[in-house]
Design a protein around this ligand. Structure first.
Ligand code: ATP
Length: 323
């Protein structure tokens, strides 16, 4: 193998540049040329490809986002789109590909592998919903951003004796809400995986008020049903019961930005380097993953076989810490 490509796909996060840098520098160390593909699979179809050098990835580790850009690419769901991608890879004499992204991007990578092209995936998503790895690139930085926001909101909530609904990202997976709820000292955590009724929530807030808590922080994953806004309306209409007046803050895209944490930079560097090495060592069709703090290569079909479950241990812990 003489030349490999690297692309970032799906949702962005601050660890992507550290990962690109690692793929390039490990690739160069292995005697490879490394080509950067812009805008994920979309750039692969359009031939937006240029060589990356040790210098061109210098100084990017502390920058959020991705120097390659990222995109969603509907054409890639179709065989015809992936065939076009293979033509481009042939045209640029790229013999192996590192795909950095979440479940969708890794599924795209697997489909390309099934068409006979060597691909290694790297899990990168703030949702932490990729099975087969303890954590993904971007999770730690997003958590730090959320915790910083919770701390600040707690200050104002305490001053005014308020209950705050803080909505985090996580349409299907409540990991960000649960982990930030534990780390941010939330009174209540609401996730899509666990059904919680209005009555249960009202009881908890009322109990917190009666216990003399000066605030009530409720961290809500965006995928929790019936939804943050509906809950805010309901609680506002029950202020006499719950005690606190209620406010809502949606953290939104701020959770994807910023400079990567030390943990994310190290994780991204380890997984990116392992992915480049994995291509040379014939681990196409695998994902570079973290298991018990060791880097491993997991077959992509295994990594994508099922939905990652929320840790029941962490959920129980959050319930105890709510007191
Ligand atoms: P995030 O977790 O941040 O949302 P993601 O990688 O899961 O990231 P998606 O939008 O699901 O983001 O997928 C990114 C791209 O991967 C899609 O736009 C598409 O090009 C490709 N892709 C996703 N699913 C498939 C699939 N089943 N087959 C082929 N390609 C796919």
């Amino acid at each position: 193998m003489k030349r490999i490509g690297v692309l970032t796909s799906g949702g962005d996060n601050p660890g992507l540049n550290a990962c690109i840098r690692a793929v390039v520098r490990e690739g160069l160390d292995l005697g490879l040329e490394v080509m950067g593909i812009r805008r994920g699979f979309a750039g692969l179809l359009d031939g937006e490809i240029a060589q990356l050098t040790a210098r061109s990835v210098g100084g990017i580790m502390s920058r959020g986002g991705t120097i390659l850009g990222t995109a969603r690419c509907p054409e890639f769901y179709e065989v015809s789109g992936r065939r076009e991608a293979l033509r481009t890879l042939n045209r640029f004499e790229i013999e192996g590909l590192v795909v950095i992204g979440g479940n969708g991007s890794l599924t795209g990578a697997l489909e390309l592998w099934r068409m006979g092209f060597p691909v290694v995936g790297v899990p990168s998503t703030i949702d932490n919903d990729v099975t087969g790895t303890d954590t993904a690139i971007g999770v730690d930085t997003a958590l730090n951003t959320i915790i910083d926001a919770i701390d600040k909101i707690k200050d104002t909530a305490t001053s005014h004796n308020r209950a705050f609904l803080i909505e985090t990202m996580g349409r299907h997976c409540g990991y960000l809400a649960l982990a930030s709820g534990i780390a941010g000292g939330a009174e209540i955590v609401l996730v899509p995986e666990v059904e919680t009724t209005y009555d249960e929530i009202t009881d908890k807030i009322e109990a917190a008020y009666i216990r003399g808590k000066p605030h009530c922080i409720i961290v809500v994953a965006e995928g929790w049903k019936p939804g943050t806004e509906a809950l805010a309306e309901y609680l506002s209409s029950r202020q006499e019961t719950v005690g606190f007046s209620v406010r809502l803050t949606r953290l939104g895209y701020v959770q994807r930005g910023g400079s990567a944490s030390a943990l994310d930079r190290i994780l991204a560097t380890r997984l990116g380097a392992a992915a480049a090495r994995g291509l040379v060592e014939g681990h196409g069709g695998h994902m570079a993953a973290l298991a018990q703090n060791a880097v491993t290569m997991v077959p992509l079909p295994d990594a994508l076989s099922c939905t990652k479950e929320l840790s029941s241990q962490m959920w129980e812990l959050a319930q105890v810490m709510e007191r």
